[in-house]
Ligand binder design. Sequence first.
Ligand SMILES: [Zn+2]
Length: 77
Amino acid sequence: MGNEVPQLTTSDLERLAAKVVELESQLAQLQSLMSRIDSNSYGKCESCGMEIEMEILAADPNALFCSRHFSTSQNLF
Ligand SMILES: [Zn+2]
């Protein structure tokens, strides 16, 4: 008594596993962001190489496309 260790249930483990997946995807995003900063391609459109508009980067710092190619990139997924 007074020595109760909370038992992890299957749903606890599933929630933790989902959290790990979420964090791993955030980490992957950060790593790709950092590699783009390193290679000086951050803020350039992956499609045309032009600078991505500031308002797009402000809305999504991970944006890969300028306003002209943003909508086409959405259709890929
Ligand atoms: Zn573009």
